[in-house]
Design a binder for this molecule. Structure first.
Ligand code: NDP
Ligand code: BG6
Length: 513
């Protein structure tokens, strides 16, 4: 039904040829969805997009009539694309016997067209091939821009003028980075809007497609016990932590132009923060949710330089193995000051969150891989059991941990009596461990997001005003860091990161969880 809803959505007076179709009362079986992966020869396409499309097919989530086209400059035949794609497809969802058969069926629906990203002629050829596969049905077209940002606009222009559907919807998924500051992001949005309506643009932040991030609203709004505590009255601080136990290997060229604040904080962590802190939306409708996210982002104080610390990993030898420094990457300019680690303290100046520090920490080449939200609650006033708790009262406050990945879990740290005749308390976990509770494997974020884009569901995609608000928070401090050439604190590859992160947290009476 949702696929059909998407089909019926039409826009008023679109600014270009790349417009949504007029309303057609079509039967889903009479329409077809063509998905073009632009940049199909690249890393993201191989690693994430094709496997996610296969998983959707395997689960029976793709419409009856669909075709997938890879598009890139590299020369490849359909068979070569299939061969490339087949190497990354897995039957992760479950190991039913018909997996190989399903893979073959799926691969038969995948095709390739080689062309330049700025060539109308090449996109017209693509259009011709798409039409052959669409067989005269109402055609809905989804273009996934899995290419470097400097060629987004060329590709959108060509797709819109030369390969758009004349009778169904046309949508474009745009990958981050959406600019590198307020100005460049606004310029990108302006250029996209020359060819697309806002509701045709699906700006992807794959963290929004992660199971536990999606579950945040469920946790808050469908459990009586959490929402009443969700404010400055009971919450001391909130932490959003991202860490990877590998460096920028292979992506140094891209990374050096962005750095960890733009790569992780301004998008992934900030999006989680917005969902965490927003007021109750009027409904679950995409616009209602995004309205609340924008409000919370616009209530935030722009980040100050004294509330940020930055770091960069240096080489480290452990167990006879030498791990490289960030600047050892050949694609990184010598002496680069680009941060691979950052910690920041942010504040939301509204009635609910006044004075509560929202701390973020993100780093590459750290001691472990993970992403989590930690909510530290206030002390129990006049606690009868202070004596039984010991000296570290901070350790005895409740803490809710939402472990986004790996090994998804939600657990609440509580004080509990150690069984026995004495009265000693310890901290125990009320633990919802996903692997133990749910037998089905959790779908990859890209599956959820691709399905939503096909169905026209915009809830998990970033609206342009959200993006503006997100950049407004980070742009001044990013400029200051770059203009003042702030030297990052160097930390060894595989360590816990710079000690400055602890001093920053301590300024706000916070200990990292
Ligand atoms: P790649 O660098 O692998 O580029 C994808 C394809 O684009 C390449 O195969 C190449 O295809 C073409 N291309 C690359 N550079 C240029 C260029 N300078 N001019 C013209 N074409 C070029 O990118 P990824 O696949 O890693 O990422 C795609 C997009 O997704 C990017 O915007 C990236 O920032 C974003 N992203 C990537 C993630 C990842 O894990 N890889 C994670 C999150 C976002 P050909 O030469 O055949 O035309
Ligand atoms: C991407 C960043 O957006 O997210 C990468 O550009 C990072 O630097 C990646 O490695 C992390 O995603 P995930 O899903 O592996 O945690």
């Amino acid at each position: 039904k949702k696929v059909k809803d998407g089909l019926l959505s039409s826009s008023v007076n679109p600014p270009s040829e790349f417009k949504e179709a007029a309303s057609f009362d079509v039967n889903q079986n009479e329409s077809t969805v063509s998905i073009t992966v632009v940049g199909a020869s690249g890393d993201l396409a191989k690693k994430k997009i094709f496997p996610a499309l296969f998983a959707l097919y395997y689960e029976g989530c793709l419409p009856k009539h669909f075709t997938i086209f890879g598009y890139a400059r590299s020369k490849m035949t359909d068979a070569e694309l299939r061969n490339m794609v087949s190497k990354t497809l897995t039957c992760r969802i479950d190991k039913r016997e018909n997996c190989d058969e399903k893979m073959d069926e799926f691969l038969k629906r995948c095709f390739y067209h080689s062309g330049q990203y700025d060539s109308d002629g090449n996109f017209q050829e693509l259009d011709k091939k798409l039409k052959e596969h669409e067989g005269g049905r109402v055609s809905n077209r989804l273009f996934y821009l899995s290419i470097p940002p400097n060629i987004f606009i060329d590709a959108v222009r060509c797709a819109s003028t030369s390969a758009s559907s004349g009778n169904g919807w046309n949508r474009v998924i745009v990958e981050k980075p959406f600019g590198r500051d307020s100005e460049s992001s606004a310029a990108l949005t302006r250029s996209l809007k020359q060819f697309l309506e806002e509701d045709q643009i699906f700006r992807i932040d794959h963290y929004l497609g992660k199971e536990l991030v999606e579950n945040l609203s469920v946790l808050r709004f469908s459990n009586l016990i959490f929402e009443p505590l969700w404010s400055r009255q009971y919450i001391r601080n909130v932490q959003f932590i991202f860490s990877e136990d590998f460096g920028t290997e292979g992506r140094g060229g891209y990374f050096d132009n962005y750095g960890i604040i733009r790569d992780i904080m301004q998008n992934h962590l900030l999006q989680i923060l917005a969902l965490f802190a927003m007021e109750t939306p009027v409904s679950l409708d995409a616009e209602d949710i995004r309205n609340e996210k924008v409000k919370v982002l616009r209530s935030m104080r722009p980040l100050q330089l004294e509330d940020v610390i930055i770091g960069q990993y240096k080489s480290h030898t452990k167990g006879g193995v030498t791990y490289p420094a960030y600047v050892d990457d050949k694609t990184v300019p010598k002496g680069s000051l680009t941060p691979t680690f950052a910690a920041a303290a942010l504040f939301i100046d509204n009635a609910r969150w006044d004075g509560v520090p929202f701390l973020m920490k993100a780093g590459k080449a750290l001691h472990k891989k993970g992403a989590e939200i930690r909510v530290q609650f206030r002390h129990v006033p006049g606690n009868l059991y202070n004596k039984s708790i010991g000296t570290d009262l901070d350790r005895a406050t409740n803490e809710l941990v939402i472990r986004v990945q790996p090994d998804e879990a939600i657990y609440l740290k509580i004080n509990n009596k150690v069984p026995g005749l004495g009265m000693r308390l310890d901290r125990s976990n009320l633990n919802l461990h996903y692997a133990a509770r749910y037998s089905k494997e959790i779908p990859d974020a890209y599956e959820r997001l691709l399905l939503d884009a096909i169905e026209g569901e915009r809830r998990l995609f970033i609206r342009s005003d959200e993006l503006d608000a997100a950049w407004a928070l980070f742009t001044p401090v990013l400029k200051e860091i770059e203009e003042k050439k702030i030297i990052p604190e160097y930390y060894p590859y595989g360590s816990r990161g710079p000690v400055g992160a602890h001093y920053l947290a301590a300024r706000y009476n916070v200990k990292w969880g």
